[in-house]
Design a protein around this ligand. Structure first.
Ligand code: HEC
Ligand code: HEC
Length: 336
């Protein structure tokens, strides 16, 4: 009896020590770090297997303004490698100067995403292409006209014939090439990854404290989990209610009101302004948002804690997010 009691006390003391060690940030466990290790391989679907030639064709298409109706907007106009594959605007501007209601998200690290767009209304990188090509506030293109236009360009005719023998140029082959290229678009190595690989000196002390907060009291990993810091799911994080009802729009499930996809956080320092509507200008202001208070509404995520982060803790979280910025994986030639 006594022995069991002692063992239990010892175990409890050990747990408390481990917990306080984590809170001070001095000693994050290797297991906590391992959950954020970069994957070794990129998954490609069986129906659209990887080939280097297909990815190269996809890259050429991604940077080519001839994909848009007026031949003036490429995918990279909005998904600009120099801006963390976003456009730096609160909300995107497409054909005819039309303003998209939403902020351009990054297109890095999407091979693992099970639902695309802020509200997840399309399941694959292949199916997403049609939205970008045809939306008036993006490329305003007619798909039939585009495939005829590309077929008349000898370089494209040859590349499609080589990559998709006997299949020609269609929405399906065009989308397959763009999707393959985008799956391979991974953010690069970061100081944080060098820490995960075993070198705590790769990131400053305050960033290590920030990570302990991120995975601990601030509860960020309830949603920003895994190597790309996203659960791929949809949450209402209590932003002021606007006209955009998020995932509810097509799911019609009241729990999805104001719910948007959790963005990954790699290269987040390059991706201002923030949120689905671009309504938050700086990372510091994002962190202040997560400090609450939040509007009381049924759809609000229960994972939001009012952690009451102090100024020094917000600085530590910022230092941690800074350590997720990769050495530039650019420039890619945007003049293709
Ligand atoms: C005018 C700016 C603009 C152009 C041009 C554009 N996009 Fe986007 N992209 C956006 C916006 C805005 C969204 C978010 C829309 C939404 O969620 O409703 C988006 C979303 C995406 C997503 C989903 C990302 C995620 O995390 O779910 C992918 C993938 C994507 N675009 C790829 C492309 C490709 C490929 C092209 C070219 C064929 C392209 N985009 C052209 C602005 C643009
Ligand atoms: C309940 C889930 C949840 C929790 C907890 C959470 N986030 Fe988020 N986070 C989201 C979602 C969802 C968005 C996008 C919301 C939108 O645009 O409407 C977001 C957006 C962000 C953004 C802006 C990303 C971008 O591309 O614009 C940052 C930075 C961020 N969160 C960091 C954090 C940090 C740091 C914490 C902890 C203090 C945290 N988040 C806690 C779900 C969560």
């Amino acid at each position: 009896m006594w022995k069991t009691f002692t063992q239990a006390t010892l175990a409890l003391t050990f747990l408390l020590a481990a917990a306080s060690g984590q809170a001070s940030g001095s000693d994050v466990s290797p297991a906590a770090l391992a959950a954020f290790k970069r994957p070794d391989t990129v998954p490609h679907p069986a129906g659209n297997p990887y080939s280097a030639a297909k990815a190269a064709l996809g890259e050429k298409l991604f940077f080519d303004p001839r994909l848009s109706r007026d031949n003036d907007i490429s995918c990279a106009t909005c998904h600009d490698p120099a801006r963390g594959w976003e456009d730096g605007r609160p909300t995107a501007i497409g054909a005819d100067g039309l303003r998209n209601e939403r902020h351009t998200p990054s297109v890095q690290n999407l091979a693992w995403s099970r639902a695309l767009l802020w509200d997840g209304r399309t399941p694959t990188l292949e199916s997403q292409v049609w939205f970008a090509l045809t939306a008036h506030d993006e490329m305003a293109q007619d798909v039939g006209r585009l495939t005829a236009e590309l077929a008349a360009i000898p370089d494209y005719a040859a590349a499609f014939a080589a990559v998709f023998p006997d299949r020609g140029i269609s929405l399906i082959t065009l989308s397959a090439a763009l999707a393959t290229y985008q799956r391979e678009n991974l953010s690069g190595d970061t100081p944080f990854d060098r820490w995960v690989a075993g070198d705590p000196g790769a990131v400053p002390e305050d960033a290590r404290r920030g990570f302990a907060l991120f995975t601990g009291r601030a509860n960020c990993t309830a949603c920003h989990s895994g190597w790309n810091f996203t659960d791929g799911a949809f949450h209402d994080i209590g932003l002021p209610a606007g006209a955009d009802l998020g995932r509810f729009r097509f799911s019609r499930d009241a729990a999805d009101k104001y719910a948007f996809k959790t963005p990954g956080l790699r290269n987040i320092t390059l991706r201002a302004p923030y949120m689905h509507d671009g309504s938050i200008a700086t990372l510091r202001a994002v962190l202040e948002h997560f400090n609450g208070p939040f509007p009381a509404r049924p759809s609000l995520s229960p994972a939001l804690t009012t952690a009451d982060l102090g100024a020094a803790e917000i600085d530590a979280l910022l230092a941690f997010l800074q350590a997720l910025e990769s050495t530039p994986d650019i420039p890619r030639d945007s003049e293709h």
